[in-house]
Design a protein around this ligand. Structure first.
Ligand SMILES: [Zn+2]
Length: 315
């Protein structure tokens, strides 16, 4: 930490509430993996203490249980701890969480993550999804300025599902029989602005109404949308009253007026696909988890440490 930042930190200490002060003392004196995790959890809770059931801020302390401080809510009368209402509630083996978060940061396989943490494969799978649960909805409220949108496709996969409905079993991760768009692919709309803010949606189909419903809430009213030549984007822009530039690659154009192109969103898609490849095809129902995971990696970049992964997992 820079000297200036450290001075700022010291100056802010007088503003700590009693709960925050205690969490800070615990953080500074913590030793060992389980303690470290508990400290992280308590510190995050101390930042905005409220009931894990009803969100009321009228709470009182209520002893300790399984290593965590317990609270009682004066609004709903129920007791809770800092994990209540988070995706990590009820997960055991807290001493292995930091190692698991490290495995996520390193993006190792479920099997390797299990071996590192001394857990079985089923638990490894459950932890991956719990640790990433909060990322599914961690999307920017608005994308602004020059906004690039494009669709991409993931092979439809029912991996892990017991019953195959209306679809022949296929070797996981293998190529679809028909190239290009078909019902063997799940379409995903990726929307990215020039500040790097990215959002996406797995769509049931490629109907105009479906694409517009994804764009409408998220594209800022004063944005400028750049897309390929597909008609739906122009139609959306007209209805929403925003500017639109279509880059029609088939006409040999890739950049319009020096700045309007969809190369940022295309580069994002190519990073996403390259990163997904080692997973060997993920079940389509789990795609939002993996899309969220990728968004987190892009957003956090070098700041994504195991500790931060745990804090992000708490939602
Ligand atoms: Zn409550």
């Amino acid at each position: 930490m820079k000297t200036k930042d450290f001075q700022g930190l010291i100056e802010q200490l007088s503003e700590l509430s009693a709960v925050q002060r205690e969490a800070l003392v615990a953080a500074l004196s913590s030793k060992g993996s389980a303690n470290e995790v508990i400290t992280l959890i308590e510190a995050r809770f101390a930042a905005a203490p409220c009931c894990g059931h009803c969100r009321s801020e009228r709470i009182g302390t209520w002893g300790h249980a399984s290593g965590l401080r317990r609270y009682k809510c004066k609004a709903c009368g129920r007791t809770f701890n800092a994990l209540t209402g988070t995706p990590l509630a009820q997960l055991h083996r807290r001493e292995a969480w930091l190692d698991y978060a490290r495995a996520l940061v390193d993006r190792v396989s479920l099997r390797k993550a299990a071996a590192r943490c001394g857990i079985d494969l089923t638990t490894s799978f459950r932890w991956r999804h719990r640790f990433l649960e909060a990322q599914k909805d961690a999307k920017p409220e608005k994308v602004e300025g020059i906004v690039e949108a494009d669709e991409t496709f993931f092979l439809w996969s029912v991996k892990g599902s017991r019953k195959l409905v209306g679809r022949a079993p296929r070797k996981r991760g293998s190529k679809a029989k028909k190239p290009g768009l078909s019902d063997e692919y799940a379409p995903v709309l990726i929307i990215r602005d020039r500040h790097g803010q990215t959002t996406d949606a797995v769509m049931p189909d490629l109907q105009g109404a479906t694409i517009k419903a994804v764009l409408r809430p998220v594209v800022a009213r004063d944005a400028l949308l750049v897309s390929d030549g597909a008609k739906v984007y122009g139609s959306f822009a007209r209805e929403a009253g925003i500017e639109h530039v279509a880059v029609v690659a088939s006409q040999g154009k890739h950049v319009v007026e020096g700045v309007y192109h969809i190369q940022n969103v295309n580069a994002y898609v190519s990073r996403l696909k390259g990163w997904m490849r080692p997973f060997n095809g993920v079940a389509t129902k789990n795609l939002p988890t993996y899309l969220g995971w990728r968004r987190m990696i892009e957003r956090e970049a070098d700041r994504l440490t195991p500790r931060r992964s745990i804090v992000r997992a708490l939602g």
